[in-house]
Design a protein. Structure first.
Length: 123
């Protein structure tokens, strides 16, 4: 399995949609192995844990992050991403229901170099 991650070390773009059930520590190993990642799209992934999301902070070259519909995302994890991913230019938090509007507004004032995208679901 380690050789699999070593072969991926130079990828710059990663898209995943579906479920993380049974994947264990895969995201952490992937993100720590792929230091060249610039774009990560985790689209409506079911079963993402806080540990999975915190692994994104290992992506030091991350420029674009799409977390569309990530229900387990919290303001604390977003803050950790902003602080650790210094090259981040754009993040999509659409349909991330645990992120309050006031947090988005505050981040937009603090992290002016990051475009924070947000689309709301109709309830």
């Amino acid at each position: 399995m380690l050789s699999f991650y070593l072969r991926l070390k130079n990828i710059i773009f990663f898209i995943y949609s579906g479920s993380t059930t049974g994947h264990g520590d895969s995201f952490r190993r992937l993100f720590s192995s792929c230091q060249h990642l610039e774009k990560v799209f985790l689209i409506s992934v079911r079963g993402l844990t806080e540990r999975d999301l915190r692994a994104l902070t290992l992506c030091k070259n991350l420029k674009q992050l799409d977390l569309l519909g990530t229900l387990s995302l919290t303001a604390e994890i977003c803050h950790a991403i902003f602080v650790n991913c210094l090259k981040l230019e754009m993040i999509d938090l659409s349909f991330c229901d645990n992120i309050a509007d006031c947090s988005i507004q505050q981040w937009q004032q603090i992290y002016t170099h990051i475009a924070i995208k947000r689309v709301y679901s109709e309830r």
